[in-house]
Every structure is written in C-alpha cells, then in structure tokens.
Design a protein around this ligand. Structure first.
Ligand code: ZN
Length: 412
C-alpha cells in the first residue's frame, strides 16, 4: 500500500514543523538535507528512526512544541537503560481517545457496555488509553488496573462487566480461575479486547472456550500514541490500522527495502498528525505483513496487518527464506498430538543450512508418521523441509521464565 496524496501532504507538514522546532528529528532531517516530501520516492528516501534514537533524545528532546503546549507525558517500559519519554499535546490526547473509541466500535462495543479495564495505569499508555476511549464512546469504564484477581472476579460479577480488556496471559488466568470456581454462569462477559503481547492460537482458543467471548486484538505502542492505533474486526484476525493517523510500511529488516503487501517483514510507522512527538519512519521491530485484498467489514481504507509473529531480532534466515519461531509454533499448534513445547536448532551440514525441529508427543502416536506430516506442513506453509525429531513428552526443557526455543549453531 503506497502513501497517498493526503498522507504525503501530512508528512510534508510534519517535516516542516520538525525543522522549525529544530528538535531531535528536526536536526536530523536538516543534516540529511531534507526540506519536505512531494513524492513516494521522497518519502522512501527519509531516514528510519529507532528506539535508541528516542532514548538519545531523553528527556524531552522529541518535543516539537513549546513546553506550555505539553499536557502529559508517557514513558515506554524499557527494562534497562534510559527510558523513552513521549510528550502529548491536548490534541494528541484527544486523537488517541478518538482512535481508541473507534477500536471499541469495531469490536461492537456500545454505550450499553461495561468495560473492565485490567491493564496498568501510570507512566504506561495502557490503562488510561483503554479508559479514555471507553468514556468517549460512552460505555461504562471500570478502571481496575492489574492484579487482585479476587476483586476482579467480584466486580466482574457484581458490576456485570460485558467487556474485559487484558493481556492474553491475564485473560487466561482469569478464565482458568472462573472455570475452577465454577462461576461461569454468573459472568456476563461478551467480548475480550487484548493487546501488548503475542498470543498463540492455542491460548486464544483456550480463552474463547473458557469465557465464551469474542476475541479482539488491539495494536499500538507507546512511541505512537499507545495501544489503540488498530484493532481486529469481526471478520478477521488481522488488525486494521488507522490510516488517517499513521502510515504503515513493511520493510525487510535486513536491507530496509519496502516490501509489497503480503510479504512478511518489520512494521515501520510514521505519524501523520501528531503534535507533541511526531515520528518519521519509526522501526517498531514488530513482525507482520499487510494482508492483501479486501476485508469483509468493508473498511478497506484502513489496511490490515496480520497477527504479530514476533520481533525482527528473532528472525532466522534459512535457504534464503525469512522464518520466525512463531510461524513454526503456529504450524505445530495445528497438531493436537504435539505438546506446546518445541525446540528449533539451526546448523550447517554438508554445506547446507539445516533446521531441526524437536517436538514432543506421547507413546500412543505413530512417531514416523507424525514426523513426516510435520515436515510436510512446514514445507507447504514456509517453503523448505526441516528435519523433524520426535521426542517423548516432557523431554524438552521447561522454564518458569522465558524458555529458550531457538539455537543457532551455524556460526559456533
Ligand atoms: Zn475488517
């Protein structure tokens, strides 16, 4: 999807504002000799920006307005190093709420709904974004914040919450607790809106089954307003991204080349009307693709990105094909006889790159047959044949934290 004339004019206006403000981006554009954009080629020649650039601008170097116009800041939740500070003007705060209200509308939420908000409040953009959009839509916000499962369930029952907003893991925890206590008949939930972490198909289905809800994925990141710049609709797992607020590109994470619709790569975002901290070609490192073709909901002015499959840092290149662990995980999830655990090992054998996939199953399955079927499906879906090794259930290592699943032994 190429940048259209309206978007191009908006970027041009942003560039002129940044140059005039002489802020972090303004200086960078001036040094690159950029004065504006009037064509697709001009746009694609604009330099990318990275999270590290935003860190370098700490604390308020990203601001493109006088300090008196900043009404709020948010900060992204980096675990190490200098945080990123994003300043918002009143218009930015309002625009974010408009986008978020649109997300709720796409999910079919109405003023009759009661929205239980469990993402955190504070420096993060999570809770407050869910709340502002809810209030603008006219639904009833129940601003719980995270944790305290006892109280969450009590309010869910007593306040008759119809919409739950949560990370996938927290939704799963609540769903399992509801099952365990046998209180499903007291729960009025109809919809779940989730975001901020990738969830596999198995977890998604587990939550849908346990809660009996419609499941919506929201997209966004603190650097670009926050969650709410896009959401899945009733017809697709893909998420529509609001083309009147952000311009979306997918690039090859290695070469920076812009990829055609349908190809997997890294999401790059440019804000179109942001005042406090406009971003130009910001590399998110989130991996997805633009879903080609029309959506059944008819909102084709807002392009759809596919489920985020991971981070570009996780990408593996094998036989010239870009592969992400999540793609393998998704394929394995279609085999009910495999457990959720797997391991990928890349090695260099006889001058060729080889991928070995270890999967677990129990003794009641024909291992040789399973091995062949997994290999065939990977070949069919991704384009190369891996070596599949079947192991006994419980053989692969478990970890309470993040389990390491990919080992690249090619360059050891
Ligand atoms: Zn749609």
């Amino acid at each position: 999807m190429q940048i259209n004339d309206t978007q191009l004019k908006q970027v041009d206006t942003q560039i002129k504002r940044l140059l005039a403000a002489d802020n972090f981006y303004g200086k960078r554009l001036r040094e690159a000799g950029i004065t504006g954009v009037s064509s697709v080629e001009d746009f694609q020649a604009l330099p990318f920006s990275e999270k590290q650039d935003l860190r370098d601008a700490y604390p308020l170097g990203l601001s493109a307005v006088p300090q008196s116009e900043i009404v709020r800041i948010h900060s992204s939740s980096g675990t190490t190093g200098t945080p990123v500070i994003i300043p918002y003007t009143q218009k930015d705060v309002d625009d974010w709420a408009i986008q978020f209200a649109r997300c709720y509308e796409y999910a079919g939420v109405t003023p009759e709904d009661r929205v239980q908000i469990t993402p955190g409040y504070g420096l993060w953009t999570a809770g407050i974004g869910f709340q502002a959009g809810c209030e603008l839509l006219g639904a009833m916000a129940i601003p719980m914040g995270p944790g305290n499962t006892e109280k969450q369930l009590q309010f869910m029952i007593d306040m008759e919450s119809t919409v739950l907003t949560a990370t996938a893991s927290y939704a799963l925890l609540l769903a399992e607790e509801i099952e365990k206590r046998g209180i499903k008949d007291q729960i009025k939930l109809k919809k779940l809106i989730t975001g901020s972490e990738r969830s596999g198909e198995k977890i998604r289905q587990r939550i849908i089954d346990a809660l009996g809800v419609e499941y919506y994925d929201i997209y966004g990141l603190t650097e670009v307003y926050g969650p709410g710049i896009g959401i899945s609709c009733q017809h697709s797992h893909g998420m529509h991204v609001w083309s009147d607020y952000v311009f979306l590109e997918i690039i090859d994470p290695e070469t920076g080349e812009v990829l055609p619709d349908g190809e997997w790569g890294e999401i790059v975002l440019t804000t179109l009307v942001k005042e406090g901290a406009p971003l130009i070609r910001f590399r998110t490192h989130d991996l997805s693709r633009i879903i080609p073709g029309d959506c059944a909901c008819g909102h084709n002015e807002h392009p759809r990105i596919d489920t985020i499959t991971g981070r570009s840092d996780d990408m593996m290149k094998i036989h010239g094909v870009n592969v992400f662990p999540a793609q393998i995980e998704e394929i394995l999830a279609t085999f009910p006889e495999c457990s959720s655990e797997y391991q990928i090992r890349l090695s260099h054998l006889d001058g060729r790159d080889t991928m070995r996939i270890y999967v677990e199953t129990n003794g009641s399955v024909d291992w040789e047959d399973l091995r062949r079927r997994v290999a065939r499906r990977v070949k069919h879906k991704i384009g190369f044949t891996p070596l599949v090794k079947i192991v006994e259930l419980g053989m692969l290592p478990r970890s309470e934290k993040k389990t390491k699943r990919v080992y690249d032994e090619r360059y050891e």
